[in-house]
Design a protein around this ligand. Structure first.
Ligand code: FAD
Length: 303
């Protein structure tokens, strides 16, 4: 661990947040009423997810446009490729470039059951090929590309080794940053950092967090994406109503504890799956900022 981290005294922390395109007018109002909160803290990027199930990236751009005048943060777009032709994906990139959005989270994406037969679709097919496809554009160097990493291994990967090699492939094609799947035990992230370091991945790796206030929903996401839920965490919500004030308090406390443990070990950037609850997420980040600026610092070695 000492080889991966070095001691410094003045590196500030920063945050990135992902929000999803609202599904209704109420959802839209809700997002717009909270989005300004991100300007209260040092925000590295505010990204908008792309439709799950291969349902496309059009609403991502619409949402980005609706946020452009509301926040000063650097806006980013998640771009999935599995259910679109290469041509269509390149057109999406053209539109982003036209709008001045050069910060892309490049993803394979998942499929809805009804979209399962895509064998004949001329798509990029996976995130490695997508990163290559972005870098091969004439404006390819202008893009800042983040890719996904899986501290607990992608649930459909053949093995941990192949999953790590896949990540290395994305890095070798020109990714700039790795954002991780969320996890509920900081030790899992430390092991991931060691494994990625061992296979020669030197890019910054930003841990992903989700605040489990609506724990029924979050625990179900965790099951789908293979994130291990320690019994100690599950038990803390025993007898608590999902989404209640009490659940908010417990979930916030857990997240703060995990982020603090990471920051004590040198992590300076944090990514939040906000579920459009910036009212819950931003106060946690403010507390973390205060907590960290008053403690001694260790920072992950950069290449
Ligand atoms: P890749 O890097 O191409 O693959 C990752 C790993 O998954 C590899 O080991 C690969 O072998 C394995 N794998 C994936 N699918 C299969 C399969 N069918 N069979 C065998 N192996 C497989 N999804 C969205 O739809 N929209 C989003 O906005 C979005 N944002 C995300 C943001 C972050 C930070 C993360 C971590 C994930 C996000 N996802 C999103 C989920 C992501 O699309 C899925 O996890 C997807 O299954 C893999 O995408 P990838 O880019 O990691 O794929």
């Amino acid at each position: 661990m000492e080889e991966i981290f070095k001691q410094v005294s003045d590196t500030p922390i920063d945050f990135s947040f992902e929000v999803f395109p609202p599904k209704s007018e109420i959802g839209e109002k809700n997002l717009l009423s909270q989005i300004h909160l991100v300007d209260r803290i040092k925000t590295r990027a505010l990204s908008v997810t792309s439709g799950a199930g291969g349902s496309g990236n059009d609403r991502t751009l619409e949402t980005i446009k609706s946020l452009e005048n509301e926040v000063s943060s650097n806006l980013a777009a998640h771009l999935t490729c599995i259910a679109a032709t290469k041509n269509h994906t390149q057109q999406s990139l053209d539109r982003y470039a036209h709008e001045g959005i050069f910060n892309i989270v490049a993803l394979r994406g998942d499929l809805n059951e009804d979209l399962n037969d895509l064998t004949t679709l001329d798509s990029y097919g996976n995130a490695t090929k997508l990163v290559r496809g972005i870098r091969s554009r004439s404006d390819g160097d202008q893009f800042h590309i983040s890719v996904a990493g899986y501290p607990e291994t992608h649930p459909k990967a053949k093995s941990r080794k192949s999953d790590l090699e896949n990540l290395k492939g994305k890095v070798d094609e020109g990714a700039d940053l790795i954002l991780t799947q969320f996890f509920f035990d900081p030790e899992i992230f430390f092991r991931f950092i060691e494994d990625t370091d061992r296979i020669g991945i030197k890019l910054p790796i930003v841990p992903g967090f989700i605040i489990a206030s609506n724990f029924h929903r979050v625990f179900s996401f965790a099951e789908k994406c293979g994130a291990h839920l320690p019994d100690t965490i599950v038990k803390r919500f025993d007898g608590v109503e999902s989404g209640s004030e009490e659940a908010n308090r417990i979930a916030t406390e857990i997240t703060l504890q995990h982020c603090s443990q990471l920051s004590e070990n040198g992590i300076r950037s944090f990514h939040f799956y906000t579920l459009n609850r910036l009212d819950l997420v931003v106060p946690v980040c403010e507390l973390l900022q205060q907590d960290i600026s008053s403690s001694s610092k260790l920072v992950r070695r950069e290449p």
